[in-house]
Design a protein. Sequence first.
Length: 122
Amino acid sequence: MPNHFHAIWQIHDGIEKEDFQASLLKFTARSILKFMKMNDDKLLDQLNVKAADRNYQVWERNALSVDLFTEEVFIQKLNYIHNNPVQLKWRLATFPEEYKFSSAKFYETGIDDFNFLTHFRE
């Protein structure tokens, strides 16, 4: 998990999924690169690519995006996201709600450390 992230978002009327995803990935990639350059991050070299349209590749091309059409599928994906950091492969936390960058704490305690989360049933 240190090499990727999961997110669930709701798109409002008039916004296309592809446009939103492209904007999100572009904004975050530029922010990550700016931060890395400002801090002389040695990992920056690993993102260097010899592409005609870019010098760095932060995110995979054609990032996976899955529509969550039913509550059952939504809950399955939310549980996967919350439990991912505690998997033996990553060992980023002992319990899902302990992982700093997860909404699991919000769903467990109601505390929104990010100030933008909403419960999916609201």
